[in-house]
Design a protein around this ligand. Sequence first.
Ligand code: ZN
Length: 270
Amino acid sequence: MIGKTSVAKIVSMIAVFVCILSCVSLFAYAEENDVHGAPDAIPEGAKRLIEVYPEQSLRYVDGQIIFSDGTAMIYDDGKSKSFDEKLDQSDIEDMFSLTYSLAEKPGYLQDAGRSRCEPFFKKMYGNSKAEVRKQLVSVPWFGKRVKFTKVNGAAEQLRKVAEEIERDYPEMKKYMESSGTFVWRKVRGAERMSSHSYGIAIDIGVPFSDYWQWAYGKVAETAQIGYKNKIPLEIVRVFEKHGFVWGGRWYHFDTMHFEYRPEIVYDLKE
Ligand SMILES: [Zn+2]
């Protein structure tokens, strides 16, 4: 028969043993984190991508964004770039170099969302016209229908935008006619792909629209230009709430243009 004291001894020995075991495993954990980068080392932009595009099952490992099929993309190429280079040769990190601002007039060269890392978008939405087209679905749009990608829930968010504007701002209908969504093409006057190529962008209200190149012609991207807009902000706020960037927030304004970029309007989440 074991006495009370012996029981107490055994219990305390077990407790010590468990304590030693957990200390050892804590050390092992810390070491593993050192090798693979502590969670704190994940850049803010990478965290956002992982959060807003759950369908992609993205991971950040050793300075790379990893897709579920193992495709890896360098997060930051380490190059310091001019304004033009950030548009034409954007890596993933460059997409986050500007903050999306709700200022009444965009500041000089404040174009948050205009930099797009092309391989990243092609990987998500399709590498060719045919590949992107396969992902398009039809979304009801103010009495008509428009094509939008179903990838990342973009079409679903666009459907919610239409529903909310129809319900809360029926008087805004005249601004809502779409002049286009999916077109596989390059940005006017540039070599990079337009976001319309991925089925994530919609142009609306052309008769009420302003575009910097219509207003100022072919000037350098870094030229000083003025600002114009006739699109009501009530409409804009509904789009933004559902993850869309508005081209009217850009110094290089394109006020008909809305684009599904939840990583850029991230801070506006309610
Ligand atoms: Zn557009």
